[in-house]
Design a protein around this ligand. Structure first.
Ligand SMILES: NC(=O)c1ccc[n+]([C@@H]2O[C@H](COP(=O)([O-])OP(=O)(O)OC[C@H]3O[C@@H](n4cnc5c(N)ncnc54)[C@H](OP(=O)(O)O)[C@@H]3O)[C@@H](O)[C@H]2O)c1
Length: 380
């Protein structure tokens, strides 16, 4: 109790908004508070995130944990898992789910297209639904589910959104989801899709609606169209990490802040690269190898070295520093993907503490020096 109370005080004094921290000599301040912070962060991470510790999604009534968990890799055989899905991976994904719940990370992001029945894949929504059901058979748990509508070219009109949603709900075994998102802008039919989102909201099948991979113009148009129906656009889910800061540059982050739309950050640890485990000598395998080449990983080293140094002063690893950097931007909910319990456990340590404003800016400027990253998915 004493440790927890002290920890909370330390967090309250220094861990709120990184931008409001007093400017002190970084070394002196670090030495003074590093030990207290380590206690603080561990205690805060271990404690379940309370209702007050949650964040509201945009102007909706839905409150979610400050960090969500991405479920793209669960069941997938096209991008993740070395093209294989088996019982061992299933048990690991289940352990990732349980560990996330145990650590108060109760917001899960999936999509109807994750794990489509190709090459032995298993649908991610079905897996997530099964994990929720199994856990709920033992105890009451708080879970918020976000899933997504695939704007496939042959899907027309608002009715296609409702029918896809009902199939997602069937797979999830739920009567509603907390957030339903348009996964990407369609080649056509987007106004109909937005109307479909509003229909789903009015029918109580979804508690909040969002979009994903929307640029600033599309975002503003979607916001205005939904507003006419009295439906708040709660979130825009885009690629955002320390090394992929396009939302800061293309107006998406600023528009989210202005309109009160939560920015949900996907690939927040750059698909594992910001954990520091991939190096020029040991790059990732599979499709990630095309983006995170040895050449790119060489350019990344100065940033990774500084992330590690800063992390050491807080007793945190690079994954936790990289996620914390995102939460320091304000109005951002990162949704890192966890394949196993260990990864989920590490994510929990990204909460309950905060980088200083100086550290946030220093990492941003180091990251600016890295050129030449081209992601497979761009906001359009
Ligand atoms: N809306 C969209 O278009 C869109 C696009 C992409 C993703 N998303 C969503 O965002 C979620 C997260 O994005 P993401 O999965 O692309 O990338 P990410 O969260 O940046 O990276 C996840 C991967 O990093 C590795 N990792 C995780 N924790 C780690 C740790 N503690 N230490 C070392 N490595 C760790 C794991 O892969 P390895 O262990 O294999 O390295 C894991 O699969 C997805 O699950 C999905 O829900 C949405």
């Amino acid at each position: 109790m004493a440790a927890a109370a002290m920890a909370l005080q330390v967090v309250a004094a220094g861990g709120g908004c990184c931008c409001q921290r007093p400017v002190l000599g970084p070394d002196r301040r670090r030495r003074l508070v590093a030990a207290a912070r380590a206690v603080a962060s561990n205690a805060a991470a271990a404690a379940k995130v309370s209702e007050e510790g949650k964040v509201r999604l945009g102007g909706s009534d839905v409150a979610v944990s400050k960090l969500g968990i991405g479920a793209w890799s669960w069941g997938d055989t096209t991008y993740w898992n070395d093209s294989e899905w088996d019982d061992r991976r299933l048990q690991e994904a289940k352990a990732a789910f349980d560990t996330s719940i145990d650590n108060g990370m109760t917001f899960f992001d999936t999509a109807e297209v994750y794990g489509t029945a190709l090459m032995g894949a298993v649908n991610s929504e079905s897996l997530l639904g099964g994990f929720i059901k199994e856990r709920r058979e033992k105890e009451q748990i708080d879970v918020a589910v976000a899933t997504k509508f695939a704007a496939l070219p042959w899907r027309f009109g608002r009715g296609s959104v409702l029918s896809a949603l009902k199939k997602s709900l069937d797979r999830l075994g739920l009567s509603s989801v907390e957030l339903y998102q348009l996964h990407w802008p369609g080649l056509w039919g987007n106004e109909g899709y937005l109307d479909g989102l509003a229909d789903a909201y009015e029918q109580g099948l979804v508690k909040a609606v969002g979009v994903s991979n929307y640029n600033e113009k599309r975002l503003r148009d979607a916001y205005a169209r939904l507003k006419k129906r009295g439906v708040p656009l709660a979130a825009n889910q885009v690629n955002y990490s320390l090394i992929y800061r396009t939302p800061e540059l293309n107006g998406v982050k600023a528009a989210c802040d202005e309109l009160g739309i939560t920015l949900i950050a996907y690939s927040p640890i750059a698909q594992g690269v910001l954990s520091g485990k991939y190096t020029p000598e040991k790059p990732p395998t599979g499709p990630r190898a095309n983006t995170y080449t040895p050449e790119f990983l060489t350019k990344l080293q100065p940033l990774m070295n500084r992330i590690k140094e800063i992390g050491e002063s807080y007793g945190k690893n690079p994954t936790q520093v990289s996620l914390n950097w995102l939460t320091c931007q304000g109005n951002v909910v990162p949704i890192p993907g966890a394949k196993n319990a260990g990864q989920a456990q590490e994510f929990a340590g990204a909460l309950g503490w905060s980088l200083t404003g100086d550290e946030v800016e220093e990492l941003r400027s180091l990251a600016r020096e890295i050129k030449g990253i081209k992601m497979p998915i761009e906001e359009s």
